[in-house]
Design a protein around this ligand. Sequence first.
Ligand code: WTA
Length: 681
Amino acid sequence: MTDDAQSTPLESLSTASPAFPPTVEFAAQANAHAELYSWAAADRLGFWGEQARELLTWDSPFSEVLDWSGAPVARWFADGTLNACYNAVDRHVEAGNGDRVALLFEGEPGDTRRITYAELQQEVSRAANVLLDLGVRTGDRVAIYLPMIPEAVIAMLACARIGAVHSVVFGGFSAEALRSRIDDASAVLVITADGGYRRGSASALKPAVDEALGATSDALGPVDPPSGTTTTVRKVLVVRRTGQDVAWSEGRDVWWHEALAAASDQHTPVAVEAEHPLFILYTSGTTGKPKGIFHTTGGYLTQTAFTHLNVFDLKAETDVYWCTADVGWVTGHSYVVYGPLLNGATQLVYEGTPDTPHKGRWWELVARYGVTILYTAPTAIRTCMKWGEDIPAGHDLSSLRVLGSVGEPINPEAWTWYRRVIGGDRTPVVDTWWQTETGAIMISPLPGVTAAKPGSAQTPLPGIAAEVVDEEGHPVPDGASGYLVLTEPWPAMLRGIWGDEQRFRDTYWSRFADIYFAGDGARKDDDGDIWLLGRVDDVMNISGHRLSTAEIESALVSHPMVAEAAVVGASDETTGQAVVAFVILRAEWLDRVAEPAEPGTDPQPDVATTLRAHVAKEIGPIAKPRTILVVTELPKTRSGKIMRRLLRDVAEHRTVGDVTTLADSSVMDLIASGLDRPTST
Ligand code: WTA
């Protein structure tokens, strides 16, 4: 492990943890059987070719499964053509399932909608015609900045229907973050809403779009783009969700409901090549600039459909599936939009937070809709644990039959609580490891096959090849730790970083020659099962959301008060990790904040409050540091690299580890001695 590898309590776990084998009844009815592993092991490409033919409908068939002439360029099913939206919607209607409910929507205020596959087909057709009317063409990029409402799903599918590339930006990101993503992808259209409901009130979204596009948004009224700002965006399509007042740019802004009402509900999906880009999704890397991970069509759809069907044991006719992720993250792409709809599932989409208006909201929804499959993140489970068992106990959760976890390592205590309290000691729990880059689940139990071990993602799925290797890239023996790598290409793999081929090669394919380096540490237990140990790079995982230390550092130093900043992810009981920032103030500010304000002058700025607000503005509220510590020095190696491991020790209140590689070993004493100053939040 590197010097900076994050320590985790999982490392000290014994491997003799209890296993939960599937019950005989569950195994008997399960979609996936153990033979899938032997089939895929014997003929990996034949296996994926068969999945692609069986799970998808192709406009023209492919003749070759994989073209892998050299890492990292993979082409899956390359000469086949298909349309993602047709596969997710139209073919279910053509098969006679138009009356099946696709989306059961519940808004945070309690408003509900039921959208059948036939209705979804009409809506996506109308929306596709509107996109065409607004000048969007096959291959163009469309930015989507919406709350968790059905229009988010419809907008993504409408893009796919005409072969446009969607780039969804999480609604919690700031105008700045939206702008940089719009620019990087040269998006021609933004789809947004007046606002969405969060924590009991209407929260505006459109002002951030106006600001991102270079127009002032402080005053309601007509929006005049200031001179000197250029954007590739020509139109903004606005969904009316909350009814709040919005500023309006005549000629640029278009109401979604007006445009869709005027559009035809007839539209023929555009067949694209399997390798046509389907979407870009920005994720945090180890530098300040987010990476536009892009995925293509045929391989991505094959693996999302396969994994959704088998990992969750989906029975489309009877299950009610619920993934709590927002469409702004990859989980929302693969397991709210594409996976479930490709499989013709009925799913719940909920707009709001779990504790609005009360802490039992999720469990009330499970009971009301008869949810059978629930897919959520460990941070949510730990939050519910904190709130107490009596809250879920007040609701009938007996409909649940499979539970899933994603986004960060799930500690065995949370896993067993999830199974016992939410799953009634009855349901399998699948801990699914994957990434924005992998596109779909890679390592996970199969619920009817695997004897599940709490805390371990266990084995690569059929057709997936993963290993844990040492510094030199050699597989470690059972019982040892190392780096997680993927040793063979997989259908849903990223095809690149948008506009930055070199960064793609450098980030993923050069640490170990020609094999994919995931950035995660892992351990193989004595049975060879994989336990994820967290990131080994400067990426943090806060409530299952990826944030980069460098991105927050550059937001901090962009404030005039800050000379230098170092950010670490410190363990946090609920959110997995929390952002802790160490900042060195510029000399002139140091004096100002140290002295009490003169009577009659402006109050002194509060460093922590000011900087937290600044980070929220630059990136978004999710990136706000939990704690800000003002220091006079940062620990650096002789080559000038900040030793985050030592800062993590401070942030987690541990004895500081080995300081011998520091250029100046007295720095840690300085930091420790300054910490009693009341500068943290
Ligand atoms: C972490 C989310 C342990 C991991 C789908 C990975 C996990 C990063 C798990 C990707 C899991 C995700 N156990 N760690 N089951 N699932 N991770 O791109 O560090 O938002 O590299 O994709 O989350 O985060 P991303």
